[in-house]
Ligand binder design. Sequence first.
Ligand code: PLP
Length: 492
Amino acid sequence: MNYISTRNKNLKITPCQAILQGISEDGGLFLPEKIPTLKETFHQLVSMDYKDLAFTIMKYFFTDFEEKELRNCIEKAYDDKFDTPFIAPVVKKSDVYFLELFHGPTLAFKDMALSILPHLLTTALNQQKSNKEILILTATSGDTGKAALEGFSNIDSIKIMVFYPQKGVSEIQKRQMITHEGDNTRVIGIEGNFDDAQSGVKKLFHDPKLREKLEQNNILLSSANSINIGRLVPQIVYYFHGYLSLLKNDEIHFGENINVVVPTGNFGNILAAYYAKKMGLPIHKLICASNENNVLTDFFQRGEYNINRPFKMTISPSMDILISSNLERLLFEISGGNDLLTQKLISSLQSKGTYTITKSMKEKLEDFYGEFAQEKEVYESISKFFQNTGYVMDPHTAVAYQVYKKYQGETKDNTKTLIASTASPFKFGKSVGKALGLKLAEDDFEMLSEISEVAKLEIPKNIEELKNKKILHPFSCTKEQMQEMVKDFMKA
Ligand SMILES: *Cc1c(COP(=O)(O)O)cnc(C)c1O
């Protein structure tokens, strides 16, 4: 299987190269030449555990990995770092099913992919018999940062730098990052929002001088953001796993369609669901849920992507994004693999902040439904759902639930529906506490025990410990200083 770039389909590279490089030199994103269809039947898949399923799916994409190598990566990733052997359990509440993706070490769904990406990277590096050191540059809206630090800590020959928006992450998210131990890590708050962090990192990738400088020091740049195919592919697995769990529990019958709702920011998670559908997973609608930064809602409803609007800080900060990078892969797909057209649309986004897709591209979006939830609705949603079911949703998951209710109201569609539940409510203590009408404390930490009491859940240990940990990364910089920070960290 070859990988091509969304901006140049004549460029063909191997899976290992795509994982190592992260992003194409032409600025495009890598994707498989053709999305494979599964040969296994669902009767075969249904008896597999998470690891076997992961192997079955990933082997279609990482064709230059030996079976032993890939199984080894999977074995190291999905172990007792997760607090349940099911890895991603499905929980039925009221009329929906939650696919809980937050049982990993950092309590958000980024762990699902970032626990395996480091192993994919080191395997790829070994295969190339490279003696280079890898520097991972990562922009985070809050959750990727810690999950990447956790995944990459103390892995030989890899260093990692994380840039987060100083004012755009929750208190818990911030503390998780700045207290992180590990000599090969550095965390830096930047003055700006997530889009600033992300565009800053992309700029570093495309700075030929920096690359050259690092090259001289035998350092290869790569990315832990969901633009890396090594992060996207592992995310396909849990959609199959969710469907199979419903089958196992007799909630659906073989071949039955389901809907999938995904709270969306950078468009990585929902793109993985779209790939799952293309591979043969019976999905009826892919419901793309946004918060008040509703660029994607307009895109799906009108075919126009337009970031000329105010950036809003919401209680679902991991979705506070205007430029959803992974949408470029969807553009390539719905244009019938037209790299020139994809490039044209992206350049228009870069120069004018907007583009409009063609009529035939728009027609290919009928798999999707896009809507958004207002802040007030998110609070209400958390509160009402808790009153009815005793289940506490985090604000991101609540955005998804609220959008699903809008969808159902509009369409009366009764298809069984799986909601991607992307974070633990403990990670967003203050907002969740406010929604539930709890006595509000000064900081997130003091909210934890109250939430624990009403939700009848134990406070996750990883979060409780944070309060007393030492701050190891007091660093901050402007967008312009990012390059200096890299050189400084790498002593280059
Ligand atoms: C990252 C994140 C999202 C958004 O996922 P994308 O793949 O960027 O669309 C949603 N919820 C939580 C909790 C996240 O951490």
